[in-house]
Design a binder for this molecule. Sequence first.
Ligand code: PAN
Ligand code: ZN
Length: 184
Amino acid sequence: MECSKAKVQIDTSTGKLTGEDVSKSTHQLKHLQGIFEDQAAYEAMNPETIVYEVEMHDKETLGTEGGLLFGTSYIYPGKVGKEYFMTKGHFHQKRNRAEYYWGIQGHGVLLFMSETGEVTAEEVLPGSLHYIQGYTAHRLVNIGEDVLAVGACWPSDAGHDYADILERGFSKKVRERNGVPFIE
Ligand code: PAN
Ligand code: ZN
């Protein structure tokens, strides 16, 4: 029997995905209107600045029940005012869908928020594993000096609901205070 080579490769030290059905999305400051609290600092920055990128192995069509999606997110180091660069954050559209995250490179914080607004946080480091239960919004924040690379695997029918977070935000922010990150 022939044994074929895998169609996709992951560089386990960086999270980089290459091969078939790999796509990439880039999130610049101009796409993140309303996400950071300091509007004046936001407007003073170059709108082309890349805040984060997501590489995805999307073999399954979005919305396929029973399938999985796999991705690596890269959040770059930086701040808007006192607030560290972060992802938009979302609930899954199908609220009960869970997800795994794991730290690959860099230093970050993963914020979890319940539907009633309670926030908890876990430190993201190379080798940390994070289980995101259903009904829980999630956001990655880079509190380090280098890129934060985080792996993820989630159901292909989970979907992303950004509207809820855009409207009410996360009830806790990750800001720099006296040179150190603070969750408040
Ligand atoms: C991740 C996120 C990724 C980007 O793949 O989609 O980190 O964050 P936002 O989607 O909040 O912009 C995931 O949680 N997928 O479900
Ligand atoms: Zn998710």
